[in-house]
Design a protein around this ligand. Structure first.
Ligand SMILES: [Mn+2]
Length: 413
């Protein structure tokens, strides 16, 4: 499985459904008596999730430990920490999971050490994902030949988009060619791409992206409606892969065409559209479109939500991006992602950043550093602790890259 993003979503209900989905996936894995579980990055939505989320995950991982089912993970772009301060480290120390990314450097090449699954004797190797696809740098020094020559059955875990296998709608996403992965492994467990896909490409057989275990944003809810994981069985004649979808709450999409409708009649339209629908236990997404008469702000969304909730919906979300009013000109869904915009701004200004003897490339330095500084305060976290934590992480990162002296010289704080 991959991209569980536990702790993601602002809405409590959706965050809960994400966690229940994980619990169900683990229950099924136990029932199926699997030898081990692979998690290809983004087990958590952040490297530092809330206590509640950590506790629920720990409880479930402990059940696996008791049953003797090992969990092998890599970090993803969300739960990776440039300073190594990630909850995955804590869980690993507690024996609840094992990272398969340990490596050593030799003459500028990166040698992955890997780990052996005791039950099956399968060797597991992996490379974590980093925000902004910065893991590409790791692949560029990876000693692939060393890995390819290793004996026995081998599995590779990765958290990156592969150029040749990237879904069409993600064509702007940063990606890398598949040739950066070592050839000839029995299974390539992929993460990062939230859309499910199974591939075979030359020497790369069984390349699998299980997709997000549960959708991570409204667009994913709209297009995938749910998620799941793969059960993979080796019966000696090759790998049998079956996709196991998990549905805790069905996603129902209500398309409401408001063309020519006045805002005062929107509620009536919703009533008519849902009259005979069973919304019990479902996540309802109301997708509006068309030109309306009047102001968008005159629509009583609160009342609409309440009505749908009374019909059984556990959560109502709305998508108003395709409503047009005379007052508002349509803003086309920009082709820029937030990350892309950030990167462009950094590239445009990078020459103004004077860091002497900087050992890493400026753009990746700025991106990582911004990432550290932009962590939001967690619920219940004291402001003082929050500030201290960010300072400590930042100083760690600077000193790791020999930049701390620069900082002392150029600032007085
Ligand atoms: Mn992800």
């Amino acid at each position: 499985m991959a991209d569980l993003h536990l702790g993601g979503w602002r809405e409590d209900t959706l965050r809960e459904i994400g966690i229940k989905t994980f619990e169900k996936a683990i229950d099924i894995s136990i029932q199926e008596n699997v030898d081990f579980i692979l998690i290809s990055g983004d087990l958590f939505d952040s490297s530092n999730p809330t206590i509640d989320v950590m506790a629920k995950a720990a409880k479930k991982l402990y059940e696996l430990k008791v049953k003797g089912i090992s969990v092998y993970v890599i970090e993803g772009s969300h739960d990776f920490s440039p300073t190594g301060r990630t909850i995955l480290k804590v869980f690993e120390e507690a024996g609840l999971l094992k990272r398969v990314t340990s490596a050593e450097e030799s003459e500028g090449r990166l040698l992955l050490k890997g780990t052996t699954d005791e039950k099956t004797k399968i060797r597991l190797y992996g490379i974590s994902g980093i925000r902004g696809s910065l893991e590409k740098a790791t692949y560029s020094v990876l000693d692939r030949e060393d890995l390819e020559q290793k004996e026995g059955q081998k599995i590779f875990l990765f958290h990156s988009a592969i150029e040749e296998l990237r879904p069409n709608n993600l064509y702007q996403m940063q990606s890398m060619p598949i040739s950066l992965l070592p050839k000839g492994f029995m299974y390539y467990a992929g993460g990062h791409i939230h859309e499910r896909g199974e591939f075979e490409l030359g020497d790369y057989k069984n390349v699998v992206f299980p997709g997000a275990l549960f959708p991570n944003n409204i667009d994913e809810l709209l297009s995938f409606k749910g998620g799941g994981f793969y059960l993979v069985e080796d019966d000696g004649s090759g790998l049998k892969k079956s996709y196991i979808p998990i549905k805790i709450a069905p996603v129902i999409i209500l398309e409401i065409d408001l063309e020519g409708t006045h805002t005062i009649n929107v509620e009536e339209k919703i009533r008519l559209a849902t009259d005979k629908k069973d919304l019990k236990n479902s996540i309802v997404i109301v997708k509006f479109k068309g030109n309306i008469e009047g102001n968008l702000s005159d629509i009583n969304f609160k009342k609409i939500n309440l009505y749908l909730e009374n019909k059984g919906a556990v959560l109502v979300k709305r998508d108003t991006r395709e409503i047009k009013t005379k007052q508002y000109k349509e803003i086309k869904n920009s082709s820029f992602t937030k990350e892309k915009l950030e990167e462009e701004v950094i590239i445009r200004h990078k020459d103004q950043i004077k860091i002497k003897e900087c050992q890493i490339e400026t753009v990746s330095f700025v991106k990582t550093f911004m990432n550290l500084l932009s962590r939001e305060k967690k619920e219940g976290e004291k402001k003082d602790d929050y500030i201290k934590d960010i300072l400590r992480e930042s100083i760690d990162y600077l000193s790791k890259n020999n930049l701390l002296e620069d900082l002392n010289e150029t600032t007085s704080t």
